[in-house]
Design a protein around this ligand. Structure first.
Ligand SMILES: C[S@@+](CC[C@H](N)C(=O)[O-])C[C@H]1O[C@@H](n2cnc3c(N)ncnc32)[C@H](O)[C@@H]1O
Length: 212
């Protein structure tokens, strides 16, 4: 589900790790504090972790280094190849997406960084409902992604990207499904979670939801 942006990643996989290091000026702010954002997601995780959209495996590597067991799900073949190469067989990285995947026997935490915006709001609500059934009480969802406190803030971010001449970023913000914190809060609460949001840079927030 939500696989319509996959072609982009077949090409981007070659230079993705340069982008996260800030080599692409348009995306420098998006990836500001990238390493500490991923570190914070790993620190908030426990038990067996299910990770969606692993990309080149940067978060997966931090989770494994923290001593956690991980099942990684990644729909792009070339991203999967990069992650498998980086992880050197330390964990399983398999084909799948946010909704269509082979669930491991035990899931204590569900994580994802820079990927949940590939689902539109209807798909996000469906996925969160499904994860609510997969997790036991005390189970967690920890997602880091671009999101906005309001629709107005989202619209302002698009204008600011255009005004800075960041046309690829502006197009990306208008094409993919960046959502609002009030929307996510409502969906998590309706599905039996308590949720908190922590801002990491001008684009990215970490949401941490616990099943009650
Ligand atoms: C911007 S990259 C983020 C990679 C990595 N998580 C990180 O933090 O660097 C987004 C990843 O999400 C994957 N993706 C795209 N659509 C997806 C979907 N529907 N379900 C799961 N992953 C998806 C892409 O293939 C890509 O690897």
């Amino acid at each position: 589900m939500g696989r319509e942006f996959l072609n982009l990643f077949e090409e981007w996989s070659q230079s993705y790790d340069d982008t996260v290091e800030g080599h692409d000026i348009e995306y420098r702010e998006v990836f500001k504090h990238y390493e500490s954002i991923l570190g914070s997601v790993a620190k908030r995780s426990k038990g067996h972790v299910l990770e969606f959209g692993v990309g080149t495996g940067n978060l997966t590597q931090k989770l494994v280094e923290s001593g956690l067991s991980v099942t990684g799900i990644e729909p792009s073949p070339s991203m999967r190849e990069k992650a498998i190469e980086k992880l050197k067989g330390k964990t399983e990285i398999i084909d799948g997406d946010f909704m269509e995947f082979k669930a491991p026997g035990q899931v204590d935490t569900i994580v994802s960084t820079y990927a949940f915006h590939h689902l539109n709001d209807q798909e996000k609500a469906k996925a969160i409902g499904y994860y609510g059934n997969l997790l036991k009480t005390g189970g967690k969802i920890v997602f880091a992604d671009t999101m906005y406190p309001s629709k107005e803030a989202y619209i302002k971010a698009i204008s600011e990207a255009q005004d800075s001449g960041f046309y690829s970023l502006a197009k990306d913000l208008q094409t993919e499904y960046y959502t609002t914190i009030p929307f996510l809060r409502q969906v998590f609460e309706e599905n039996g979670f308590v949720v908190q949001f922590d801002q990491c840079n001008s684009f990215v927030w970490i949401l941490e939801a616990e099943k009650i």
